[in-house]
Design a binder for this molecule. Structure first.
Ligand code: SF4
Length: 404
């Protein structure tokens, strides 16, 4: 893609209305690798949380429209159907027909009936947390669904009328032969993680979905998985294999007709996630629910990451904001650059200057010069973008754009 003319519809230049993100911090049980804030739903009363979120949404009544709505988690699909639909009805009664309305679902938590009701209620896009098509890997990760559930969920979603279905996958999962028996279910071993990853990719492609996200497994502080690594029970995948898996992902998905539009995201043309594209453009958005972040009126805020305290704050009509910062103009420019560079189209120089007031080529002269010499960044056709060689080490390159 580096030398191809950039497909402008992936990164439209106009500023649009904000996105709305709703965070449902409930899961059936905690997965071993998960560092997100979420709590087992059985410890809480879901209707109280939904009522609190609806009250928080009321603070944004003055916003006329959201271009996109995204309900994520946690596992929104572990909410009782009536509560989930109540929340969706509330959103669509205030902000009808967003261009894209996504909900994340766990493949083991959906059936024909709820998927049809979600579609009828106005949800347009389903993002399914598949993670792997290898049952040992699912067990290792602590996922509660089976490989068969993934295909069934895709098929049911399609029958319910969804034409925009995405799968999330994880690569660089340690080979099951190296895992302690307590982390395995069936005991069936796969010899090669690269082969196993290719199998997962192929299975996802064969399901004929419109969008695939692929992230490397990370070892988040305090998770059981990270503790197992520290105890020497699990060995992370070798960096070279991790890189091969990522390269394979790009090659296989492009061969199958997907376009890589962000470091970890691939879509069939026209099915890029609009909600996330706005995020990578650093446009304002509202987040509601425990632990949700917002970028609104020039401020970045974070809600309380505690279900009980969040509900109490809403019910007592005190603030749910736990952290708040107002980035200055240079910080905004750096944040915008780092987010824009995640896209394959990179920074659109005109758009960047209109949005931040800075000329990116001047603001980042030093790292641009250095990475151009190394062949990791290119500047052509009014864009500054990472080359394919830079993608596997994108995080370290982007780090040099995070300050000036
Ligand atoms: S389902 Fe998702 S949010 Fe919930 S524990 Fe697992 S990885 Fe974390």
């Amino acid at each position: 893609m580096d030398n191809q003319k950039f497909d402008s519809e992936l990164c439209p230049s106009d500023r649009r209305a904000a996105g709305l993100y709703v965070h449902i911090p409930f899961c059936e049980a905690k997965c071993r690798y998960c560092g997100f804030y979420s709590e087992p739903i059985k410890n809480h009363a879901p209707q109280r949380l939904v009522s609190a979120i609806i009250r928080e949404l009321g603070q944004y009544d003055h916003i006329e429209a959201f271009q996109t709505v995204y309900i994520g988690g946690g596992s929104p699909s572990c909410l009782p159907a009536e509560q989930l639909l109540r929340l969706i009805r509330e959103i669509t009664s205030h902000w009808p027909k967003p261009e894209e309305f996504t909900i994340e679902v766990n493949p083991g938590q959906v059936n024909k009936s709820i998927l049809s009701r979600l579609r009828t209620a106005g949800v347009t896009r389903i993002s399914i947390g598949a993670q792997s098509f290898n049952s040992d890997e699912l067990n290792f990760l602590g996922r509660r669904h089976s490989v068969g559930d993934i295909g069934r969920a895709v098929e049911m979603a399609r029958r319910a009328g969804f034409e925009n279905i995405g799968l999330d996958l994880i690569f660089a999962i340690p080979p099951s032969t190296s895992l302690p028996s307590t982390m395995l279910g069936t005991g069936r071993a796969s010899d090669s993680t690269l082969d196993s990853w290719k199998y997962s990719l192929r299975s996802a492609i064969d399901l004929d979905v419109q969008h695939i996200s692929a992230y490397a497994l990370t070892y988040e502080e305090g998770t059981p998985l990270q503790k197992a690594v520290e105890a020497g029970e699990v060995a992370p995948v070798d960096e070279e294999i991790d890189r091969q898996m990522y390269e394979t992902t790009i090659d296989e998905l492009e061969k199958a007709g997907f376009k890589q539009y962000e470091i970890s995201n691939f879509a069939r043309p026209g099915f890029e996630c609009k909600h996330n594209l706005n995020y990578w453009r650093n446009l304002p958005y509202i987040g509601v629910g425990p632990a949700a972040g917002s970028y609104w009126n020039g401020k970045r805020t974070l809600n309380i990451a505690d279900v009980k305290k969040y509900i109490d704050a809403i019910e007592q009509e005190t603030t749910v904001t736990d952290e708040s910062e107002t980035p200055d103009n240079t910080q905004i420019a750096c944040e915008t650059a780092v987010l824009n560079l995640r896209r394959r189209c990179g920074i659109i120089l005109d758009e960047f200057e209109n949005q931040t007031g800075f000329d990116a080529m001047k603001l980042f002269t030093e790292p641009i010069g250095r990475y151009r010499e190394l062949g990791l960044i290119e500047a052509t056709d009014g864009r500054l973008f990472l080359t394919r060689d830079a993608l596997p080490i994108a995080d370290s390159v982007l780090c040099d754009f995070s300050t000036t």
